[in-house]
Design a protein around this ligand. Structure first.
Ligand code: SF4
Length: 179
């Protein structure tokens, strides 16, 4: 089976530099948007539309799965006061990557990867651990390439400005300082 990558994306500004890089390398890939962690719904729709916009711009297939905020809420119940990079993020990454791996398995992808750890605010190893757990459970290899490296993070930041991408001020779960 020829290589076919499913790239899990949280948003346009985190993925744009990676999308450009993979296109240049002629990798066969699709971007997947599965982010039940994003609140409120209008914020979710905005990020979804921006991610779709850049995929269209680069001519990359884009798939968005169902919006399931209740599933995320239930999975992270009791962890509302966890800080970023804490236990709630463990579950959040796992939940999103597991759904992605299941999609990959039934749709002919040979591996998955994600940009969930590309931001400086994220713990890259935490994302990889969730990916490897999913790999063992679902059987689809998780590619733990560090997408921050080789200038891709800086390139993403530059492209986000050039393309006037919407850049959110929080990760996804409802910030305590917002109604
Ligand atoms: S901070 Fe981001 S990764 Fe962590 S639980 Fe909230 S939405 Fe998920």
């Amino acid at each position: 089976m020829s290589d076919k990558l499913l790239l899990v994306s949280c948003c346009a500004p985190c993925s744009v530099g990676v999308i450009e890089d993979l296109k240049k390398k002629n990798i066969d890939f699709t971007v997947l948007f599965y982010n039940p962690n994003i609140r409120p719904e209008n914020e979710y729709i905005h990020r979804l539309n921006e991610n779709r916009r850049i995929c269209e711009l680069y001519g990359v297939p884009f798939v968005s799965l169902e919006y399931e905020p209740d599933v995320w809420q239930k999975a992270t119940k009791g962890l509302e006061n966890e800080p970023e990079k804490g236990k709630r993020c463990d579950i959040c990454f796992y939940l999103r990557l597991k759904r992605a791996a299941e999609y990959a398995k039934t749709n002919g992808f040979t591996r998955i990867s994600s940009v969930l750890g590309i931001s400086r605010w994220k713990d890259f190893d935490q994302v990889c651990q969730a990916g490897k757990k999913v790999e063992q459970e679902v059987g689809v290899p998780y590619d733990n390439t560090n997408w921050r490296k080789e200038g891709r993070l800086e390139r993403s930041e530059k492209l986000a400005k050039e393309l006037k991408l919407y850049r959110q001020t929080y990760c996804g779960c409802k910030p305590k300082n917002k109604p």
